[in-house]
Design a binder for this molecule. Structure first.
Ligand SMILES: *[C@@H]1O[C@H](CO)[C@@H](O)[C@H](O)[C@H]1NC(C)=O
Ligand SMILES: *[C@@H]1O[C@H](CO)[C@@H](O)[C@H](O)[C@H]1NC(C)=O
Ligand SMILES: *[C@@H]1O[C@H](CO)[C@@H](O)[C@H](O)[C@H]1NC(C)=O
Ligand SMILES: *[C@@H]1O[C@H](CO)[C@@H](O)[C@H](O)[C@H]1NC(C)=O
Ligand SMILES: *[C@@H]1O[C@H](CO)[C@@H](O)[C@H](O)[C@H]1NC(C)=O
Ligand SMILES: *[C@@H]1O[C@H](CO)[C@@H](O)[C@H](O)[C@H]1NC(C)=O
Ligand SMILES: *[C@@H]1O[C@H](CO)[C@@H](O)[C@H](O)[C@H]1NC(C)=O
Length: 298
């Protein structure tokens, strides 16, 4: 019966004299939290609640979000996705407050909601609900990770999880230069509608360079910042230089060994010479002492 009544009510909306007020700015609610959909109406004098109707509808599809009539909630026609998640404030109704509390907000709740009120006259107004979810802290990875050489093309990946809505990504180098030219950004939604965002920057590697990734959620502002610095250590010797170095090292080693061998021979020779000299000296000494003894004897 409600579904027959609603179009008729909305059709005569143009004749409405009751002023219904909702926020002009979109209402931003965090995923998983509660959203207050404010709706207030002007009323003249006290009125009987049982003669009052409040319909919260999805503006586009006219599906029922919450209905109140004959002094109580009427939830038979409520869209399944809103089951057990909506409530009015009964004590506030008589004060002209038809606000709806929507709990455990999900991405799918995003959209336009119409608040329709009828007491004697009727009126309606629509508000926009936007859902936001903060992204995880971004993580920047470098591919490939090792054996990097200056001049190599590398892929830097900035990844963040479970956010909403789409964030913008800004890449910068260490000097704050905008590197947003060569990026490809992709979004993958999970079953809850939250995004995993991956931004890949292709860059030509320079030594000691820093690449930073900034994530900006349009509803929540800047969310995260991460960077990677490619220092000299990550950069291996280029192969040619490596082989030259190894070759030089081997040459030097051979040279040293040769030198050592020569030295040893020289030392040995000089040692032998010294010994020979010493022996000769001893012999001479002996001979001299012999001579001396001989001299004594004679
Ligand atoms: C709802 O209305 C009240 C009172 O006017 C205000 O304090 C509150 O900030 C509003 N909430 C939202 C989500 O607009
Ligand atoms: C309606 O009542 C609720 C509950 O007291 C309050 O939080 C909300 O701000 C009120 N909204 C307006 C527009 O007065
Ligand atoms: C409100 O309306 C109901 C039904 O229309 C009626 O029974 C009741 O007496 C009324 N209450 C007041 C205070 O007017
Ligand atoms: C809503 O609550 C009722 C009673 O607590 C429960 O039987 C029903 O399964 C709930 N529905 C959903 C969609 O959670
Ligand atoms: C960076 O460059 C991109 C693409 O050229 C541009 O869209 C963006 O606005 C720039 N950002 C800043 C902060 O300059
Ligand atoms: C973008 O990539 C091209 C080729 O890969 C390169 O020539 C150009 O310098 C890059 N632009 C920036 C800003 O890094
Ligand atoms: C890279 O940084 C290291 C240490 O900070 C420094 O010694 C080196 O000269 C730098 N190289 C270049 C090419 O800037």
């Amino acid at each position: 019966m409600l579904s027959l009544l609603l179009p008729a009510m909305l059709a005569i909306q143009a004749m409405a004299v009751m002023e219904v007020q909702v926020p002009e700015q979109p209402v931003v609610a965090l995923h998983g939290s509660n959203a207050m959909l404010n709706c207030s109406f002007s009323h003249t004098g006290p009125f009987n609640l049982s003669g009052m109707s409040i319909f919260w509808l999805l503006t586009d599809t006219k599906r029922s979000v919450h209905a109140y009539r004959d002094g109580r909630d009427q939830l038979v026609d409520q869209a399944d996705s809103f089951a057990n998640r909506t409530s009015l404030f009964p004590t506030q109704l008589a004060l002209g407050n038809a606000s709806l509390l929507l709990s455990k907000v999900v991405v799918a709740d995003e959209g336009s909601y119409t608040c329709f009120v009828r007491v004697h006259e009727h009126g309606s107004a629509a508000l926009l609900l936007q859902v936001a979810a903060p992204y995880s802290k971004p993580v920047v990875t470098l591919e490939p990770e090792s054996n990097l050489r200056p001049g190599d093309e590398v892929a830097l990946t900035c990844m963040a999880y479970d956010g909403y809505p789409e964030a913008s990504v800004m890449w910068q180098d260490g000097n704050g230069r905008n590197l947003t030219d060569n990026i490809t950004t992709s979004l993958v939604a999970n079953e809850e509608g939250l995004f995993t965002m991956t931004s890949v920057l292709t860059a030509v590697l320079e030594p000691n360079s820093t690449y930073s990734c900034r994530l900006i959620n349009p509803l929540l502002g800047e969310e995260g910042y991460a960077f990677v610095t490619v220092i000299g250590q990550n950069i291996a010797f280029p192969p040619v230089a490596l082989w030259v170095t190894v070759g030089l090292a081997v040459c030097l080693l051979v040279l040293l060994i040769a030198l050592a061998a020569v030295c040893r021979r020289k030392i040995k020779e000089s040692c032998e010479e010294a010994r020979r000299e010493a022996e000769e000296a001893k012999e001479l000494e002996e001979e001299e002492s012999k001579t001396a003894m001989m001299l004594l004897k004679s």
